[in-house]
Ligand binder design. Structure first.
Ligand SMILES: NC(=O)c1ccc[n+]([C@@H]2O[C@H](COP(=O)([O-])OP(=O)(O)OC[C@H]3O[C@@H](n4cnc5c(N)ncnc54)[C@H](O)[C@@H]3O)[C@@H](O)[C@H]2O)c1
Length: 304
C-alpha cells in the first residue's frame, strides 16, 4: 500500500531535472501523475514533447502517468492542465509547481525581456496553476461540504531567500513564490488545502548554465538505492511526504532540501527595535539612535 495511493498529482516542468524526480517519486508511492512540460530550452525558447519521456519512465516502472504540454504561465493552457486531471483521472489532489527557466546576467547586462521572461515562468507560472486549482477545490468543497485535502508544493531557491549575484530576475521571482506560498496557505487552509514550498539543489540543466557546474544528471540515471548529493530527486521524498495525508498539519512552510540536509527556513522576523515613546522621529537624531541600538557604530571609513 503506497502513501499516495488513489491520489492524482500534477508536476509542472517534469520533462527533466527536479520535476522528473518529483513525478517519479510521487508515482512510486502510488499517485497517478500528470507530467507537464512545455519542452523549451533552459532559457525558455521553443517547445517540445519532453514530458513524454518522463511518462515512459514512470510507466516502465509500473506507474500511471499522462503527458501535458502546457505553458504554465498561460492562463487558458494552465486551466486545461487542471481540467485534464479531473477529466482523465477523476480528481486532483496534488499540484507541484516546479517549472522554471534562467536568464542570468548582472543588472548592467540584463534586458527587460530577460527580466520579464523569468518572472513570467516562475511567478506567474506558479500563481496561475494555483488559481485554477484553488477554484476547482473550492467548487469541490462547496459541492461536498467536506475539506478537500489538497496539496500545493511550490519551488523556491536559496537565491531567492538570500539573494544571488547575476540573478536579479530569478532571485526576486523565487522570493515572491515564498511569499505567495505563505499567503495562499492562509487563504486555502479553510477548505483543507496546504501550501508549502521546497528549495532543492541538484545538477540539472539550470545549474549547468553556471561556471564550473557539475555534469547534468537526470533522476532516472540514479538507482533508487544509490545516494548522490546532486541527484535531482534529492528533495523528492520531502515533496512526496508534504503531499501525503501525514502532512495535513504542515502549511505555509519554506523548506530547503540540500544534499544531506532538510532545513526549515525562517523568514523575515523582527530584529533590533527602537521606540519613539510617542514622539515624532527627528532625522537629525536618528543616526545616533540607530547607530547605538540597530546598526551599531560604523567602522571608520566604511561606506557602500
Ligand atoms: N537545480 C537546482 O539546483 C535548483 C535550485 C533551486 C531551485 N531550482 C528550481 O527547481 C525547478 C526545476 O529546475 P531544474 O533545475 O530541474 O531545471 P530543468 O531545466 O531541468 O527543469 C525545468 C523544466 O521546466 C520546464 N519549463 C520551463 N518553462 C516552462 C513553462 N512555461 N511551462 C511548463 N514547463 C516549463 C522546462 O522545459 C524544464 O523541463 C525550477 O523552478 C528551478 O528554479 C533548481
Amino acid at each position: 500500500m503506497g502513501m499516495l495511493d488513489g491520489k492524482v498529482a500534477i508536476v509542472t516542468g517534469a520533462g527533466h531535472g527536479i520535476g522528473r524526480g518529483h513525478a517519479m517519486e510521487l508515482a512510486k508511492h502510488g499517485a497517478t501523475v500528470i507530467v507537464n512540460d512545455l519542452g523549451g530550452s533552459v532559457t525558455g525558447e521553443g517547445t517540445g514533447r519532453d514530458a513524454d519521456l518522463t511518462v515512459k519512465i514512470i510507466e516502465g516502472r509500473g506507474g500511471t502517468a499522462a503527458p501535458n504540454y502546457a505553458d504554465v504561465s498561460d492562463y487558458d493552457q494552465a486551466g486545461e492542465m487542471i481540467a485534464q486531471a479531473v477529466d482523465q483521472f477523476g480528481r486532483l489532489d496534488i499540484l507541484v509547481n516546479n517549472a522554471g527557466i534562467v536568464r542570468d546576467g548582472s543588472i548592467f547586462n540584463m534586458s527587460v525581456e530577460d527580466f520579464d521572461a523569468v518572472l513570467k515562468v516562475h511567478l506567474r507560472g506558479t500563481w496561475i496553476p494555483c488559481k485554477h486549482a484553488a477554484l476547482h477545490w473550492r467548487a469541490q468543497n462547496k459541492e461536498t461540504g467536506e475539506r478537500v485535502d489538497g496539496r500545493i508544493i511550490n519551488t523556491v531557491s536559496g537565491a531567492g531567500l538570500t539573494g544571488n549575484f547575476g540573478q536579479s530576475n530569478y532571485a526576486p521571482a523565487k522570493a515572491a513564490i515564498a511569499s505567495l506560498t505563505q499567503t495562499l496557505s492562509l487563504e486555502l487552509y479553510k477548505i483543507g488545502v496546504t501550501v508549502n514550498a521546497v528549495g532543492p539543489a541538484a545538477a540539472t540543466r539550470i545549474t549547468g548554465t553556471m561556471p564550473n557546474a557539475p555534469a547534468v544528471i537526470e533522476a532516472d540515471e540514479i538507482p533508487d538505492d544509490e545516494w548522490n548529493r546532486m541527484d535531482p530527486a534529492v528533495s523528492s521524498p520531502l515533496v512526496a511526504w508534504l503531499a501525503s495525508d501525514e502532512a495535513d498539519h504542515v502549511t505555509g512552510q519554506i523548506i530547503r532540501a540540500v544534499a544531506e540536509n532538510i532545513i526549515l527556513m525562517k523568514g523575515w522576523a523582527d530584529g533590533p527595535t527602537i521606540n519613539n515613546k510617542g514622539n515624532r522621529w527627528d532625522a537629525t537624531k536618528l543616526g545616533q539612535q540607530l547607530a547605538t541600538d540597530v546598526f551599531f557604530t560604523r567602522a571608520p571609513g566604511l561606506r557602500y
